[in-house]
Design a protein around this ligand. Structure first.
Ligand code: TXA
Ligand code: MG
Length: 325
């Protein structure tokens, strides 16, 4: 059920649902989240059940500020504080050591906790309405069923879950792909998931180099090889190859999403923006639209190799991997 995120009464209703241990669909600037109060394990269990997500995959806890982050983190290491100063509120999740005995279900049993301070005004208004009711943070994975495309519109969330779910409408998400995740719990900062912040921006704020995940890195479902999949089969092609392949294998249900190929007009032919931020903003909505329009396959041009495109390239290669092997 859709609630107006601008309406104080409807925000209060959603805050009361959270306080009572129920789920709420919540807009953030990255993607919509499926939220439950993070301090009550039975409330968090409803997220795993609704998504069909394995209970050992940790969730991100959303907080209003650094003070509330310390309800869940045992400490915020100096590098985490520098990243918070630079990027909160905004599309950056930090992994920190977890406060003992708090939010065990949200953490998927790990001794660390993922923390993010969203910038979206409706997410902030919801957290502000919930705080006086005793809620200091909400666990919220992307509001999609496990392995599917993250939602960037309220309507996507309503369509994905049972009709009784309260979904706050906060309009279309500005960022469009999930937050960058930096693990600050193990001495050196490690980039677990790329987002729209470039590694150079994160390193400048951290004051030290970012490492890439190694075998000991905690498992992150958003980092599984096969994820973010639409129903249609996704395949990636280099720009100069795409047009030739489309000409050779054209079918009425073949969808194409390309920056540089010359495309015929048609409902399944979509132009990818030239700018990485704009491409990220549209990405998941375009995949959903092509799915809904009846595409059997979606052929996509591999994005440019610049770091600004890391987040988009990462999501597309996982969407394509869902159909391999
Ligand atoms: O932009 C976002 O981050 C969105 C919005 C709703 O805030 N949320 C989101 O959540 O993408 P989710 O659950 O779909 O992805 C969370 C990622 C997962 O890959 C999870 O494994 C990782 O964060 N994560 C959470 N806590 C962690 C921890 N303690 N250690 C390692 N990874 C963690
Ligand atoms: Mg997700």
């Amino acid at each position: 059920m859709l609630l107006n995120g601008q309406d104080g009464n409807e925000l209060h209703r959603a805050a009361e649902a959270l306080a009572a241990g129920d789920l709420v669909g919540m807009p953030t600037e990255t993607v919509y989240g499926l939220a439950a109060r993070a301090d009550v394990d039975t409330a968090v269990a409803k997220i795993f059940a609704a998504k069909g997500r394995p209970a050992d995959h940790p969730l991100i806890v959303h907080v209003l500020d650094e003070a509330d982050a310390l309800h869940f983190a045992a400490e915020l290491p100096p590098v985490a504080r520098r990243l918070i100063a630079a990027f909160w509120p905004g599309p950056l999740t930090l992994i920190a050591p977890r406060r003992a005995g708090v939010a065990a279900a949200a953490a998927g049993g790990q001794d660390t906790i993922g923390l993010r301070c969203p910038a979206h005004p409706v997410a902030r208004a919801l957290l502000e309405a919930a705080r006086p009711l005793g809620v200091h943070g909400v666990a919220a994975p992307s509001a999609n069923r496990f392995g599917r495309i993250s939602p960037t519109r309220a309507r996507h969330v309503v369509d994905e879950f049972e009709p009784g779910l309260l979904v706050l409408d906060g309009g279309d998400c500005e960022v469009g792909i999930e937050s960058s995740i930096v693990d600050c719990s193990r001495g050196h900062p490690v980039l677990l998931r790329p987002g729209v912040l470039t590694p150079a921006q994160i390193e400048a704020a951290a004051g030290e180099p970012l490492r890439l995940p190694d075998a000991q890195a905690p498992r992150a479902s958003g980092t599984l090889a096969a994820h973010y999949a639409p129903r249609a089969r996704v395949r990636l092609f280099a720009g100069d190859d795409l047009a030739a392949q489309v000409a050779k294998h054209w079918s009425p249900t073949l969808a194409v999403y390309s920056r540089t190929a010359r495309l015929a007009d048609g409902p399944l032919m979509r132009r990818m923006p030239d700018e990485a931020r704009e491409a990220a903003r549209q990405l998941f909505a375009v995949l959903r639209e092509l799915d809904a329009a009846g595409a059997s396959e979606i052929w996509i041009e591999v994005p440019p190799s610049e770091r600004a495109w890391d987040g988009v390239r990462d999501r597309l290669s996982r969407a394509a991997a869902a159909f391999e092997g």
